[in-house]
Design a protein around this ligand. Sequence first.
Ligand SMILES: Cc1cc2nc3c(=O)[nH]c(=O)nc-3n(C[C@H](O)[C@H](O)[C@H](O)COP(=O)(O)O)c2cc1C
Length: 495
Amino acid sequence: MDIGTHAQLAPNPVRRGEFAQPHADLREWIARVESIGELLRVSGAHWHLEIGAVAEMIYRARPGTSPAILFENIPGYPADFRILTGVTNSPQRLALTLGLPLSKQPLDVVRSYRDRMKLHRLTDNVYVDRGPVLENIDRDDAVDVFKFPAPFLHEGDGGRYIGTCCMVVMRDPDSEWVNVGCYRVQGHDRNTVGLRITPGKHGAAIRDKYFKQGKPCPVVIVCGQDPLLYLAAGNEVAYGVSEFAYAGGHRGIAFETLKSELHGLPVPAHAEIVLEGECMPDMLRPEGPFGEWTGYYAGARKDDPAVRVQRVYYRNSPILTVGAPTRPPFDDSFSKCIMKSAMIWDQAERAGLPGVQGVWCHEAGVGRLFNVVSIKQLYHGHANQAALLVAGAHAGNFANRFVVVVDEDIDPTNLFDVLWAMNTRCDPASHIEILRRMWTSPLDPLTRGGPELHNSRALIVACRPYEWRDEFPRVVEASPELRAATLEKWGHLLG
Ligand SMILES: Cc1cc2nc3c(=O)[nH]c(=O)nc-3n(C[C@H](O)[C@H](O)[C@H](O)COP(=O)(O)O)c2cc1C
């Protein structure tokens, strides 16, 4: 198979970082990650609890700089059936995945993303006839999702999850729109899996349209893929836009897809493991619980429409990609910080917000709950506009709780500085607004799993009041000139 080659450049020459060509597939991505020293190989860890606990140990030891982890020789499975986790939880791996200049500074990657979006053009997938994912096909009675080492990740989980760092592909029955979302997929038995989609997500809207017509919803579930497709699937892309086209726009070259045998849905030609089937309106199975991104077992075990799996396509020596959420920090908590910050910055500016110096969605808020924007205030009400747009941008709307606006002298990534600004420039009675009945998740522990899926938002303006900002007390610190001279003469004291 022509794994290492690329289709002709589509007319979308995005500016790229160190790697002139996009990676062809997950395997080339792994090789590149290893070449920059960010891959850890672990041999012999068991799919039952050990892989989850090892991942947790490593993410906690080095938040924001931990490596991707390739688990090999998993007991009970062929030695070459592997698991990859921690796909995008470092600034360098995120930049590498998006084809941006490599940097160890998170805000550099956020800025590069925002610059990229000024050139980004949707580049839809193209169809091809062959691809490595067709190396093996199991049909009907031969289907067994436990052929792959789907991990049992946390002690309180309700089962093994084959889809965590995955992408679920569906076609809108009313149009040609193909949506791709990352939704968790529990293995129930050899040919039945659960699919937990939060109400309000595009995948839920599409699935429910089929159900209203009394029809099953055709799905393709990709359980090992190019991390760029995973980023598109797991972050909020606009309604009606295909995540293939969004990811292809970053790549500069269209993704190659095959048509799935039964439903003609797009299957990435270089994917590792793909399930095809139908989500059945009347086939309810208890799903969960699963240790989730807020750090809790929220969103309890409940009956969900399950998917009957009719086909499994997979490459030789397949790699299952896994997301392992826990109390933060974990793999996706850092990935979300960069992606959300970048997407919110881009979306807020497109909505007309000037003067943005930086956006940072903090990891303690898992990239969603506690988001900070730094602005250079230009007019009355500018800070409130920033708060509203950050809270209301599609990328920042779901499950947010706090938005903090700070002045340009505050680094939004520095929690100490952000809290100092809140403590000194924000009068709670005057500078905090509350938005009510906003969209949240059953995984928000305060919703008790639903069905009420509203929460409130605090918009905290921690800026010098615009109308007397020039009279605001001066900050006590050495001037840049005095600091530079002191560093020159006395810097040796720092060791
Ligand atoms: C690792 C990971 C796991 C996720 N799990 C779920 C899930 O189980 N259910 C869900 O509704 N959203 C989940 N999400 C969030 C959605 O993927 C995300 O909101 C995405 O934008 C949804 O796509 P959509 O807007 O096209 O529906 C997950 C995201 C990631 C990155």
